[in-house]
Design a protein around this ligand. Structure first.
Ligand code: PCA
Length: 323
């Protein structure tokens, strides 16, 4: 026993002296399929960090919810079950209302406004995550959100009673204020929900419709409302982060900035290209008419008021910085 203790003491002294930190391996939980641009971008980020860290850190990606499902990832990273993960920010409004600022309808309706809103909200969001023991790395938006429907929508009354797939509190609220019947369903279950008839409409990006081949489930219409650009964020467990040396931490932040830039570019490209894919697959791709546009704008105004109440003075100062 004494000999063993002496041995471990000697080994750790040598390692300390040589400044060798033991190699770390991180599991990166991703909710969306490997073919999704967010997942592909994360895979490239992981590969770059792994290759450049000189063997100090290997990041292994687990796309398609194979390690943790979308709804579990935030908790998994918070508790350190996964060292790193990506999560749809606006599904976390109960954790912090600031995280759902990017799903408020008509607050930011272009990529440049979405970037402005991101910059204005980022410091408060990072602070909120830090208080929960998380390190924020980067965030990338989905393309503009539009309305999918099995049947043609020409008026607000056409929407009444529709079984609607929601992905966060904001889309649930839109459904309620419109008279639709919302059910919260993660992206992984979209195809099944439409094919079984559990839902018949949803609001999401052309990219998600494309990835799910939504036209194969009887969805014929896509209306480009383009009222918000919700983001995914990549976060790290603080304990895992603290095990890395400063150079590796610096490398991660550098590669995160690269991934963020690439991700925004990929999103912009998908915003144009993926609508074409929907149309080429035989879907009707267009805009909502002026009555519907007005309706969604009114819904957005109501929600803006509600969100301000929830987000309090932190929300107000972010909105002031944005405007
Ligand atoms: N796709 C994801 C989130 C936003 C988007 O465009 C989804 O539908 O769940």
């Amino acid at each position: 026993m004494k000999l063993f203790k002496l041995f471990t003491f000697l080994i750790s002294s040598v390692l300390l002296f040589a400044n060798v930190s033991l190699a770390e391996k991180w599991d990166m939980a991703l909710a969306y399929g490997a073919g999704n641009f967010h997942s592909a971008n994360a895979a490239e980020f992981a590969k770059n960090v792994s290759e450049k860290s000189g063997g100090k850190l290997t990041i292994v990606t687990h796309p398609g919810g194979s390690l943790f499902k979308g709804g579990e990832i935030f908790r998994a990273v918070r508790t350190g079950q996964a060292q790193i993960g990506e999560r749809f920010m606006s599904a976390l409004g109960k954790e912090d209302p600031l995280l759902e600022i990017d799903s408020q309808p008509f607050l930011a309706t272009s990529y440049s406004d979405a970037m402005k809103l991101y910059k204005a909200s980022k410091p408060e969001i990072i602070k909120g995550l830090e208080e929960k023991g998380l390190v924020f790395l980067y965030a990338v938006p989905w393309p503009a959100q539009g309305l999918y429907s099995k049947k043609e929508i020409n008026s607000v009354s056409d929407l009444k009673g529709l079984k609607f797939r929601a992905y966060n509190s904001a889309t649930i609220r839109i459904a309620e204020l419109t008279g639709m019947a919302p059910t919260k369903i993660e992206a992984a279950e979209i195809s099944q929900a439409f094919s079984t008839g559990a839902v018949e409409s949803m609001i999401t990006s052309p990219t998600t419709g494309k990835n799910k081949k939504i036209w194969e489930n009887g969805v014929k219409y896509f209306y480009d409302i383009a009222a918000w650009f919700p983001k995914n964020m990549v976060i790290v467990h603080r304990g895992a982060w603290n095990k890395l040396d400063a150079a590796t931490q610096e490398l991660i932040m550098k590669e995160a900035a690269v991934a963020e830039r690439k991700g925004w570019d990929l999103s912009k490209k998908g915003n144009v290209a993926d609508k074409k894919v929907l149309a080429a697959a035989g879907m009707q791709v267009g805009k909502v008419n002026s009555e519907l546009q007005k309706h969604f704008q009114e819904v957005g105004a109501t929600m803006a008021g509600e969100w301000k109440k929830k987000a309090g003075s932190r929300g107000a100062s972010v909105l002031a910085a944005y405007n």
